[in-house]
Design a protein around this ligand. Structure first.
Ligand SMILES: [Zn+2]
Ligand SMILES: [Zn+2]
Length: 489
């Protein structure tokens, strides 16, 4: 018998890797089981470990006993896996299937295997978790269970997340049968997206980065759709100029300079008091914010900050969190508005990252991450250079004008929330990787940039590597930022 100390681990897969894994494990389906070893990137979030599948080490011929229906791994395969673990930094995992329509509940044979491997692999890979997962297809639904051995104790897997593909744990399945949750408010959603849509959204957690114009619109749509948990992140306080576009905001919020996540949280709870809201005054890539975001099913990017966009792209690659990012821009010339542009970008692990796509200007990022003092100094240097008739570009890039208006931010935020719902319910995908449209263009000037990853970019190598891609971390939070702070609920 294996006792779970806690049920707090999260295990994530990219869609393509998960489909390949299922095909491998169902090799002898529907009657017989099969297994493979795997490597997981991992991170200790302080509230439980988060794993992401980095690669599998599939069995070769003779590695398993094929004359029996259940899983019997030969010693040579275990030893080979353990020896390679001495050379890589990842957590070692074993994943096996149960026959079709058999729940992935661990058997006594599984208990023996896990008890044995937990100590076996920690001899070769000390300090690293051991991961054991079971996958089966139950009444047509991919159903998983899992447990993790770490620091002398067993932890259950609370959540499995496969990029854009709904899966379930057998415990959640049982709960839902008992509860049979049906809410009148989401009946129309179910009729549009299938009878399980509302329930899926109810089980999901979505992180929304940015609670300004686009973010507050996205949050409102997600709350009304019945998403079970929202993680809201924004460092800023309300100002009067925000009232034109921030959903749920009122003049008193601006007068009292209340934080934007507080406004968003109040708005969500007014819409749906049963929604769990985690409101963080902070920003990416602060450690605590990353910890919270990678436990979500999906992240929606709603900031105009390049460092935030780059961090989300990094999170999609390293931790396999699917991201929908949105932004708006208003362009003008000679006193006339010439373009009103909405951009929606999809970041999945296999997609080109923000660097590959050329969306990131290093100079802009370094400017964003500067302290106020340094920013002032650079600005003064630039002014001096200008008065001397020199080109100040080497000192300072002119800050972009943030000309956004409410109808534009609301449209962008709503679109992003809609695509998020498509992924969470498994009903539809964005039919593009990076879309731009100009509301003033004839036929909206819609473009889909068919960008391809750069072969030499780090993002091609570190998919699912989580914290073990340390050396390739794209960026760190500067020391002068205030620490991230949770608003108590
Ligand atoms: Zn089993
Ligand atoms: Zn890249």
């Amino acid at each position: 018998m294996i006792r779970l100390a806690q049920n707090d681990a999260v295990v994530r897969f990219s869609k393509g890797d998960f489909q390949a894994l299922a095909a491998l494990l169902f090799r002898r389906y529907p009657e017989y089981e099969w297994a493979t070893f795997a490597r997981f990137g991992w991170r200790d979030t302080g509230r439980g470990l988060v794993f992401s599948l980095a690669s599998v080490d599939p069995p070769g011929s003779g590695d398993m006993n094929e004359s029996v229906g259940h899983v019997q791994i030969r010693e040579s395969y275990s030893l080979r896996t353990a020896l390679s673990a001495e050379k890589h930094p990842f957590a070692v995992g074993v994943i096996h299937s149960h026959p079709e329509d058999c729940l992935p509940a661990p058997s006594s044979i599984d208990n023996d295997m896990d008890g044995y491997y937990a100590t076996y692999f920690s001899d070769f890979a000390p300090g690293r978790p051991y991961v054991s997962l079971i996958l089966s297809r139950v009444e047509g639904t991919l159903t998983l269970s899992g447990r993790v051995y770490w620091r002398g104790g067993w932890h259950g897997v609370e959540k499995f997340a496969v990029e854009t593909l709904p899966v379930t744990t057998w415990q959640a399945r049982e709960r839902n049968f008992r509860r049979g949750e049906a809410r009148e408010r989401t009946a129309r959603l179910n009729s549009a997206f299938g009878s399980e849509a509302a329930l899926r959204l109810r089980q999901c957690a979505v992180a929304v980065i940015g609670a300004g114009g686009t973010g507050s619109a996205a949050v409102e749509i997600l709350a009304r759709a019945g998403v079970g948990k929202l993680i809201l992140v924004d460092p800023d306080r309300m100002e009067e100029a925000n009232l034109e576009r921030v959903h749920g905001s009122q003049p008193t919020h601006a007068r009292q300079a209340i934080s934007k996540v507080e406004v968003a949280r109040e708005h969500v709870l007014a819409i749906d008091p049963t929604c769990q809201v985690e409101a963080i005054i902070g920003r990416l890539p602060q450690k605590e914010v990353v910890d919270a975001v990678i436990r979500a099913d999906l992240a929606v990017g709603c900031t105009d900050q390049q460092h935030s966009r780059l961090a989300l792209s990094d999170i999609a690659v390293r931790y396999l969190v699917p991201v929908i990012d949105c932004g708006v821009a208003l362009e003008g010339a000679n006193g006339a508005v010439t373009a009103q542009v909405i951009q929606i970008v999809r970041f999945l692990a296999a997609d080109p990252c923000a660097l590959c796509r050329g969306m990131i200007l290093p100079a802009t990022i370094s400017q964003e991450l500067m302290s106020e003092e340094e920013r002032g100094l650079r600005r003064a240097q630039a002014e001096d250079a200008r008065t001397r008739g020199e080109n100040p570009n080497q000192y300072w890039r002119r800050e972009a004008q943030l000309n956004t208006v409410g109808f534009l931010t609301t449209t962008a935020g709503s679109m992003a929330a809609g695509y998020a719902m498509g992924w969470l319910t498994g009903r539809f995908d964005p039919p593009f990787s990076r879309l731009q449209m100009n509301l003033l263009g004839r036929d909206l000037d819609v473009t889909d940039s068919a960008e391809i990853p750069r072969a030499e970019c780090a993002c091609r190598r570190i998919r699912g590597w989580a914290d073990q891609a340390n050396a390739d971390a794209f960026l760190n939070a500067p020391a002068h930022w205030d620490a991230a702070r949770w608003i108590d609920s």
